[in-house]
Design a protein around this ligand. Structure first.
Ligand SMILES: Cc1cc2nc3c(=O)[nH]c(=O)nc-3n(C[C@H](O)[C@H](O)[C@H](O)COP(=O)(O)OP(=O)(O)OC[C@H]3O[C@@H](n4cnc5c(N)ncnc54)[C@H](O)[C@@H]3O)c2cc1C
Length: 629
């Protein structure tokens, strides 16, 4: 075929990762996006990662994806969240310089082999024999490809709300105060009509952002300071050290007076006046939503986060709002430190179309139109990391499909990416979906620290991993395996154990260095005081050995659970299975199974309303059909 193997539409977080993954996998790839200058634009919070989200970034990095390295280049404050809790729920997070992030993302994309970037707008899809075979641009030009990935974010029939003001837009432009002219990016109308026309089940969701403040008008001296980690921990397994200058953030709070201003103006809030139809993220509520839903709370925390090193615009994290501009100004005046703060751009909410992700296969290809893949906000998710993770998989699978290969599907026991995709395609969404560690059943295994050990070999096999990472990973594993073997061989002598006062806490047979390290109050420094030869262990290896030892007992048990889980995951269900012909299956279960068409018995078991009894019937039906064949 002339043209491209894969065309990716949209250069947001999903699109950048999709295009890069497709190109790394060897496909001739085109990234078509509105503006080169907005590649990797952070529409909302200038931050990457967090609990659950940071896990996704590390997994993307394990695939040699871009987000982790770009965040390392642009990060101006790094913190490991939940540091005092167990390693499984620790989440790396970085605040990023918005401009540096865009620049680093653009540079990474422009350096990617097999990838062409073009400015333009996709208005329609081209279909041949029911398959997608390209896109039509706003100029009417046809661009051909074997697979197309749509990552249009909040742009599908986007509608901005700020009080009574409603404007059709994909998002507002950073740094502009007006919601008109150059201050907004145009929505994507044609593609939305195309998707409706093809019969996709679609809906409306909404999200919001806070006002941006002029940092020179904030009374910093009165506010609590929040420091980053020193030294900062990078996202990427390849980054040796963070070299970007680091900043501090500040914290302030709303109070009863703020809440009174909000309550008095609720009738002007699009969320409550009925002006907004779409559902917003319950876990990331606007300040008006918080005041209504948590009426008993007299205060809500606000993190004042600089948008960049050379930019004194402040992002007040915690007061996302679509209240009218005059109310936003009035409520800011009640907040300590912000009494005189000038608003550079008002907060706003945005409503947009999304496609019910149950329209997708686990490869992120649509069931309705072969060759068409969707990733990011278009699938009902929220967040840069969720978007990037889907982009990675959609780009990889589109490239593999274009080359005649099988899709790569990560299951729930392999990766947060697997949890994310499985949740979306099996359960759909009723509100914007974001990642939490609580969504993962096997979170002791799916840690941020071991994402490379879990995933780099599989992604390498799929063709995504470059030579630098392959070599770095091999080197790390060699050092780690050597250290693990050494630890197992180091036994405490009874004398030494007694001297350390730990004999009583280790049973008679277990007294290797690994057993010792598993004790809650023993860290690597205790080991080096007993065995000086361990003193030369590299810090990354020592940290990994501590985590291994801490989780050893639990992981053995989790391993057994994972084996049981995978038994059902490998029982494939035929795509064309006629559920209405399954003897004894209720109409409700048959309808749900027909709508979702689970790929495996395991996926079927996670569909709401599909009981274990129903699964037994389906399995018996499939087995008898196979025996008869
Ligand atoms: C106002 C606002 C508030 C938000 N608040 C939050 C929040 O509180 N928490 C949170 O986690 N996330 C929030 N987000 C969401 C976050 O920005 C998205 O989740 C993330 O950016 C989604 O990435 P994406 O790649 O799917 O889409 P986007 O980042 O939106 O990128 C879409 C890209 O596609 C391009 N594009 C669109 N249509 C076309 C077309 N037809 N042809 C060519 N190019 C096209 C656009 O130019 C853009 O580059 C918010 C977003 C907005 C706009």
């Amino acid at each position: 075929m002339s043209g491209y193997d894969v065309i990716v539409i949209g250069g947001g977080h999903a699109g950048c990762e999709a295009a890069a993954a497709s190109a790394r996998a060897g496909a001739r790839t085109l990234l078509l996006t509105h503006k080169r200058a907005t590649l990797g634009e952070m529409s909302c919070n200038p931050a990457i990662g967090g609990v659950g989200k940071g896990h996704l970034v590390r997994e993307i990095d394990a695939a040699d994806g871009l987000m982790g390295r770009v965040a390392d280049a642009a990060g101006i404050q790094f913190r490991i969240l939940n540091r005092r809790k167990g390693p499984a729920v620790r989440g790396p997070r970085a605040q990023a310089d918005r401009k540096l992030y865009r620049q680093a993302m653009r540079a990474a994309l422009e350096a990617t082999v097999n990838l062409e970037i073009r400015e333009g707008s996709a208005e329609d899809l081209i279909l041949s024999d029911g398959r997608v075979s390209g896109v039509v641009t706003a100029q009417g030009k046809a661009l051909r490809a074997a697979a197309v990935v749509l990552t249009t974010g909040t742009f599908l029939k986007g509608l901005i709300h700020c009080g009574e003001v409603k404007i059709a837009a994909g998002r507002a432009v950073a740094g502009r105060s007006e919601f008109q002219g150059d201050g907004i990016e145009a929505p994507s109308i044609g593609l939305s009509d195309t998707l409706y026309g093809l019969g996709f089940v679609m809906g409306r969701l909404k999200t919001g952002t806070p006002p941006r403040l002029d940092g020179s008008t904030i009374d910093w001296a009165s506010l609590e300071i929040q420091q980053g980690d020193d030294p900062p921990s990078p996202f990427s397994f390849l980054t040796r050290a963070i070299t970007t200058p680091q900043i501090v953030c500040h914290i302030t709070r709303t109070n009863e007076e703020t809440h009174a201003v909000i309550r008095a103006n609720l009738h002007r809030a699009p969320l409550y006046s009925g002006q907004i139809e779409g559902r917003g993220p319950r876990y990331c509520p606007s300040i008006e939503d918080k005041v209504v839903r948590f009426a008993h709370r007299s205060s809500h925390q606000i993190f004042l986060e600089p948008e960049g090193l050379g930019d004194d615009t402040i992002y007040p994290n915690g007061i996302s709002t679509s209240l009218p501009q005059d109310v936003q100004i009035a409520l800011l005046k009640t907040i300590p430190g912000l009494e005189k703060a000038k608003v550079r751009r008002p907060g706003y909410a945005i409503e947009y179309d999304f496609v019910d992700p149950r329209e997708l296969l686990p490869s992120l290809e649509t069931k309705r139109v072969p060759g068409l893949y969707l990733a990011g906000q278009i699938n009902g998710t929220t967040g840069y990391e969720e978007a990037a993770a889907q982009g990675l998989m959609a780009g990889l699978n589109a490239a593999r499909a274009a080359g005649g290969g099988d899709p790569v599907i990560l299951d729930r026991a392999s990766a947060y990416i697997g949890v994310l995709v499985d949740d979306l395609v099996t359960k759909g969404v009723s509100e914007p979906y974001r990642m939490f560690t609580s969504r993962a059943e096997y979170r002791l295994t799916l840690r941020a620290d071991n994402a490379d050990q879990r995933l780099t070999p599989a992604f390498d096999k799929a063709g995504l991993v470059g030579t630098e990472r392959r070599a770095a990973f091999a080197n790390k594993m060699e050092r780690l395996n050597e250290a693990r073997a050494r630890m197992r061989a180091l036994n405490l002598t009874p004398n030494e154990a007694q001297k350390q006062g730990i004999m009583v806490r280790l049973d008679g047979t277990r007294r290797t260095a690994v057993d010792l390290l598993a004790l809650p109050d023993v860290d690597f420094s205790v080991l080096t005081s007993i065995w000086p030869e361990l003193g030369g262990t590299a810090p990354d290896v020592a940290e990994q050995l501590e985590i291994d030892a801490q989780y050893a007992g639990y992981l053995d048990r989790q391993e057994a659970d994972i084996l049981a889980f995978r038994r059902d995951e490998t029982l494939n269900l035929p795509g064309e299975l006629d559920y209405s012909a399954v003897c004894g299956l209720s109409t409700e279960a048959a309808e749900k199974l027909t709508a979702i068409r689970p790929a495996t018995l395991g996926q079927a078991s996670r569909i709401d309303g599909v009981t274990p009894a129903a699964l037994t019937l389906v399995l018996a039906h499939v087995k008898s059909a196979r025996n008869a064949a």
